[in-house]
Design a protein around this ligand. Structure first.
Ligand SMILES: Nc1ncnc2c1ncn2[C@@H]1O[C@H](COP(=O)(O)OP(=O)(O)OP(=O)(O)O)[C@@H](O)[C@H]1O
Length: 250
């Protein structure tokens, strides 16, 4: 489980996060949603340590990450898998080399152990045999799946995903969501996903934190969202006529 307590983040005179507290449980898809500029990515970066919160604390399985030194954070870092926007694959490396990269950095595994792990992860994301391709030879959906394979190569306890559906067609988006959902469940991962995608919200949003103007404005599940009377959340989720019509049928 991950817990954030009273997270504030200010850039210059721009107070982006104004005291966010939330718990993200293991084995659950935890979604952070909100309008553009509401602070979603900033919150994600504060949790993983890419930003230092101006105030507040982050706990990984009860351990206060915020008060650890860079070296003391290493064991937790090795338990974190990340998939950021545009998949962030290394273009000069093959698919296999990309997946093995974290294993080279953080483990003493032999070459054949690393290869076995890469093959296992590739199979798990339905890309068996694509080892020797380069990122430029992959579609957007395949790149995301390689990104996921790399993120799970270290068997993470925590998985952070920023906009997994950006640039994907609706069908591929759903496949990526389902994959994240299955892995979360299968390995009891604490998964935190930042998303704009309403299909994801309704499809895999077991626990949703809605940010508005730097604050936690609403929290609940995809089932609860359909019946919320929170105005800002309603305006955000059911902005389109199509979503409004869908809501009326729920
Ligand atoms: N490194 C930074 N330096 C200064 N300001 C920043 C920095 N990172 C983010 N911000 C500001 O913080 C605010 C929130 O940005 P953030 O990327 O967290 O929003 P978001 O909700 O993820 O938006 P989007 O949905 O558009 O990606 C924005 O006003 C942005 O300009």
């Amino acid at each position: 489980m991950i817990e954030v307590k009273d997270i504030h983040k200010t850039f210059g005179d721009n107070e982006v996060l104004k005291g966010i507290s939330a718990k993200f449980e293991a084995g659950k898809n935890n979604l952070i949603i909100g309008g553009s500029g509401s602070g979603k990515t900033t919150l994600l970066k504060c949790i993983v340590g890419l930003h230092k919160p101006t105030k507040g604390e982050v706990f990984f399985s009860g351990q206060n990450f915020s008060e650890l030194s860079f070296e003391e954070r290493v064991p937790i870092r090795t338990e974190i898998g990340m998939l950021f926007q545009n998949s962030a694959l290394f273009d000069s490396m093959t698919v296999e080399e990309n997946i093995i990269f974290p294993l080279n950095l953080f483990t003493n595994q032999s070459k054949s152990e690393k290869l076995d792990r890469a093959n296992f992860c590739l199979e798990r994301v339905n890309l068996k045999g694509k080892n020797k391709l380069y990122p430029a030879e992959l579609s957007g959906g395949m790149k995301k799946r390689v990104g996921i394979a790399r993120a799970i190569s270290m068997q993470p306890k925590y998985l952070f995903v920023d906009e997994p559906n950006s640039g994907l067609d609706p069908k591929t988006s759903i496949l990526i969501d389902e994959l994240i959902n299955e892995l979360t469940d299968e390995y009891n991962i604490t998964t935190v996903v930042v998303t704009h995608d309403m299909n994801s919200v309704m499809g895999i949003g077991e626990h949703i934190v809605f940010l508005h103007q730097g604050q936690k404005w609403w929290e609940g599940s995809n089932k609860e969202i359909a019946h919320t009377d929170n105005k800002e959340l309603n305006d955000f989720v059911f902005a389109s006529k199509f979503m409004q019509a869908a809501k009326e049928k729920l």
